[in-house]
Design a protein around this ligand. Structure first.
Ligand SMILES: Nc1ncnc2c1ncn2[C@@H]1O[C@H](COP(=O)(O)OP(=O)(O)OP(=O)(O)O)[C@@H](O)[C@H]1O
Length: 650
C-alpha cells in the first residue's frame, strides 16, 4: 500500500487543501458507453432484468390507461347516469379502473422480485472479479494504489451499482417511456393543451442536461474523496500504536476532520445541485400545469374540449409528474453509477505486466540453483536503478547472507527471486531457466519467502503456517510439516494458545508479539518445503537466546535448501556458508565471513555498523575469529546513503 499521505500526518490542525485522488485515472467515456461496460457482468442476469423492465413498463402503461378510462367514464356513463339516473354502466367502468390499479401494483411487485436477486448476483460477481484481479496484480500496482481507494471501489461503488441495477436503470427507461407516451397521448387527445404542456419539457431538458454535466464532476470528486478518507481510517487504525506512542492522536484527528470536512463540502455541493434541479423539475411542470388549467377551462368553455378529456388530461399529468419530479434523483443515481463504473474499471483494466509466458517452460527437476545475471532493477517512479548489473550465483543447497548498508537494495534483490517484481535488465534464473519463462505458480512453488514484517491473516495458526503447502497433501503429512516448521522456528508457544494451533490469530484474532509473529512467518516459509528460501531478516525481533536456537535448527533443516538470508544483525550472518556484499546497487564481494573481514573494507564497515546497532539493542554478534580494525570506506565522509564514517545513521 502506498505510504501515508502527507495530509494524514499534519503538524498542526490547519486543514490542508484538497488533495488529488491518490489513484490514477483514465480518459472518460460518455455515460451510456461507460455503463455498457457492465454488460459482460450483467448478461447472465439480462433475462430477469429485461422481464423486470417490461413489468415496470406494464405498470406504467396501466397507470397511463387509467386516465383514458376516466375520460370514458366521465364523458359516457357518468354523464349518461346524471341524465338518466341509470348507474349500471358506471360499475363496469369502475371495476376496470380497479383492475388496472391492481395490475399496476402487481407489476411493480413483479419488477422488484425479478430484479432484486440478479442485481445482488451481479454485484457479487463484480466484487469477486475485482478481488481476483487485485490478487493477480503485481506488487508495483499495490505500491501505487492506496488501500482505501481499493476498499471503497470494491464496497461502496459496487453498492451504488447494485442500486442502479435494481432501481435506477429501470426507472430511467420507464420515466422516459412514461413521459414520451404521456405527452403523445396528451397531444393526440387534447390538441393545443398537450402541446403547451410539451413546451414545458424544453426548459426541463436544458436544466437536466446542465445538471448532469455538473453532477458528474462532483460525484467523481465525492467518491474519490471517500476513498481517500477510507485510506486515512485504515492507516490510522493500522498505525494506532505509533500515533498513541507519539501523542499524535489529535493531529490524526485534525487531519481526518479536514478530509471528512472536504468530503462533507463535496456531498453538500452534490445535495445542493440535486435540490436545485429538483426545485426546477417540480416548479416548471407545476407552472405549465397552471397555464394548462386556464387554457383547458377556456377550451371546455368554448366547447373544443370535453370535461372528460380535461379530467383525463389532469389524470395523465398526475401519472407523468412522478417520473419528471424524480428525474433529478434518477439522473444522479445514473451518474453515481457511471462514476462507480469508471472507478471500477480504472482498476480492472490495469494490465498486469507480470504474467505467465504464452509458451511456458516446464520446470526442470528442481535443484534450487539461483543465478542473477547482469540484473538491473529500477522502480517505476524512480529516477535511477536500485540494482545495477548485479551478478550473483547461489549454488543449490548453499546458504548465502546478503549484507549491505540500509537502502542498498537487499530487499529489492530478494523480491526478484520469487518474481514479485520483474527485472528491468538481465535475468533471474532458477535451475538455468529465466523465471519469466516459467509459470508463476511453478516459481512460487520452488521459492518461499519470509519477510521482516510478518503478515498474519485472520485465521488459525495452522492455516497461517500451512499457507504455502500443497492443499492436496494428506492431513497427516500436513500435520507433520506444521509440527516440524513450528519446531524449527521455535514457535512452541503456539501449544499454549487457548486452542493450540487452531487458535485464531491475526487482526481479528489473538494478538501476538513481534517475535512470535516473526516465528510464525518463518515457520510458514519453512513448512512450504521450498527448494529456495529467501529470508528477509526474519529473526530481527527475536531475543538472543531464541535467535540462537532458531539459527541452530535452521542450519539443520537448510542443509539441502538454497537459502538467501538478508542480514541486518551480525549474528544472522552465522547462518551462512558465504556472504555477498551489496554496495551501490552492485555485488562487490562474495566470500566467507572471515575472508571478507580480512579483505573487504566495506564489509568490515557494514559489519561494524551492524555490531554497533546490535550492541545498542543488546543483541547477538558473530564471533570474530580474527578481529580486524574497522576502516571507514572512501575516506570516511558521510556517504550518499546517509551514514557517517562510524556507521551511525544520520
Ligand atoms: N516500492 C518502491 N518504490 C520506489 N522505491 C523503492 C520502493 N521500495 C524501495 N525503494 C527504494 O529502493 C531502495 C532500496 O530499498 P530496499 O528496501 O531494497 O533496501 P534495503 O537494502 O533492503 O534496505 P534496509 O536494509 O533498510 O531494509 C531505497 O532507496 C528505497 O527507497
Amino acid at each position: 500500500m502506498s505510504p501515508m499521505p502527507t495530509d494524514a500526518m499534519p503538524t498542526d490542525a490547519t486543514p490542508t487543501p484538497p488533495q488529488p485522488p491518490t489513484a490514477p485515472r483514465r480518459a472518460e467515456l460518455a455515460t451510456i458507453p461507460a455503463l455498457l461496460r457492465l454488460l459482460p457482468f450483467v448478461r447472465p442476469a439480462l433475462p430477469r432484468l429485461i422481464a423486470g423492465l417490461f413489468s415496470a413498463l406494464g405498470a406504467s402503461l396501466a397507470a397511463l390507461a387509467i386516465p383514458r378510462v376516466l375520460q370514458v367514464i366521465v364523458d359516457g356513463p357518468l354523464a349518461e347516469g346524471a341524465r338518466t339516473g341509470d348507474t349500471g354502466a358506471l360499475w363496469g367502468a369502475v371495476a376496470l379502473v380497479l383492475g388496472l390499479g391492481l395490475a399496476e401494483a402487481g407489476l411493480i411487485l413483479a419488477r422488484r422480485t425479478l430484479v432484486m436477486l440478479p442485481a445482488n448476483r451481479v454485484e457479487a460477481d463484480l466484487r469477486m472479479t475485482l478481488f481476483r484481479h487485485l490478487q493477480d496484480l503485481p506488487i508495483a500496482f499495490h505500491d501505487r494504489w492506496s488501500g482505501g481507494q481499493l476498499l471503497s471501489r470494491s464496497m461502496s461503488d459496487l453498492g451504488l451499482l447494485r442500486r442502479f441495477l435494481v432501481f435506477g436503470q429501470i426507472q430511467l427507461v420507464v420515466s422516459c417511456v412514461t413521459v414520451v407516451v404521456g405527452i403523445g397521448l396528451l397531444a393526440a387527445t387534447t390538441g393545443w393543451l398537450g402541446l403547451v404542456y410539451l413546451a414545458g419539457a424544453v426548459p426541463v431538458s436544458v436544466i437536466a442536461f446542465r445538471f448532469a454535466r455538473r453532477y458528474r464532476v462532483v460525484s467523481r470528486r465525492a467518491q474519490d474523496q471517500a476513498g481517500d478518507l477510507a485510506t486515512t481510517v485504515e492507516e490510522s487504525v493500522h498505525g494506532i500504536r505509533v500515533l498513541k506512542a507519539f501523542g499524535r492522536g489529535r493531529d490524526a484527528l485534525a487531519s481526518f476532520t479536514g478530509q471528512a470536512e472536504r468530503l462533507r463540502t463535496t456531498e453538500l455541493a452534490k445535495a445542493r445541485s440535486q435540490a436545485t434541479v429538483n426545485v426546477a423539475l417540480t416548479a416548471i411542470p407545476e407552472l405549465t400545469l397552471a397555464a394548462c388549467l386556464v387554457l383547458g377551462a377556456l377550451m371546455v368553455h368554448q366547447g373544443t374540449l370535453t370535461i372528460g378529456a380535461l379530467t383525463a388530461f389532469f389524470a395523465t399529468v398526475a401519472v407523468m409528474s412522478a417520473p419528471v419530479v424524480d428525474l433529478g434523483m434518477t439522473l444522479s443515481m445514473t451518474l453515481n453509477a457511471r462514476t462507480a463504473v469508471d472507478r471500477y474499471f480504472d482498476v480492472l483494466t490495469t494490465t498486469n505486466p507480470l504474467t505467465d509466458p504464452v509458451d511456458p517452460v516446464d520446470p526442470p527437476e528442481p535443484h534450487g540453483h539461483v543465478r542473477l545475471r547482469d540484473v538491473t532493477f529500477r522502480y517505476d517512479d524512480a529516477t535511477r536503478p536500485v540494482l545495477d548489473r548485479v551478478d550473483l550465483d547461489l549454488p543449490a543447497g548453499t546458504t548465502t547472507a546478503l549484507v549491505g548498508l540500509t537502502g542498498s537494495g537487499k530487499s529489492t534483490l530478494a523480491m526478484l527471486i520469487p518474481r514479485l517484481y520483474d527485472v528491468t535488465g538481465g535475468a533471474v534464473e532458477l535451475d538455468g531457466v529465466d523465471v519469466r519463462r516459467l509459470r508463476r505458480t511453478d516459481v512460487r512453488r520452488t521459492v518461499a519467502v519470509a519477510f521482516e514484517d510478518p503478515t498474519l491473516f485472520s485465521a488459525s495458526v495452522r492455516d497461517n503456517v500451512l499457507l504455502g503447502v500443497d492443499d492436496t497433501l494428506p492431513g497427516a503429512r500436513k500435520d507433520e510439516l506444521l509440527a516440524e516448521a513450528l519446531d524449527v522456528a521455535q514457535a512452541q508457544f503456539t501449544g499454549h494458545l487457548p486452542h493450540g494451533v487452531d487458535t485464531r490469530i491475526g487482526e481479528e484474532g489473538l494478538s501476538l508479539s513481534g517475535g512470535q509473529r516473526q516465528r510464525l512467518a518463518l515457520a510458514r516459509a519453512i513448512a512450504a518445503r521450498p527448494r529456495v528460501l529467501v529470508l528477509d531478516d526474519p529473526l530481527s525481533a527475536l531475543d538472543v537466546a531464541t535467535e540462537e536456537r532458531v539459527t541452530a535448527r535452521l542450519r539443520e533443516v537448510l542443509h539441502d535448501t538454497t537459502t538467501l538470508v538478508i542480514a541486518h544483525r551480525p549474528s544472522t550472518v552465522a547462518l551462512a556458508d558465504r556472504v555477498a556484499v551489496l554496495q551501490d546497487g552492485r555485488i562487490t564481494a562474495v566470500g566467507t565471513h572471515t575472508e571478507l573481514l580480512a579483505t573487504d573494507p566495506h564489509y568490515r564497515y557494514v559489519i561494524s555498523s551492524l555490531e554497533d546497532d546490535a550492541a545498542e539493542h543488546g543483541i547477538g554478534t558473530v564471533p570474530d575469529p580474527d578481529p580486524v580494525p574497522v576502516l571507514p570506506p572512501d575516506g570516511g565522509g558521510p556517504d550518499e546513503l546517509g551514514t557517517d564514517a562510524t556507521g551511525a545513521r544520520l
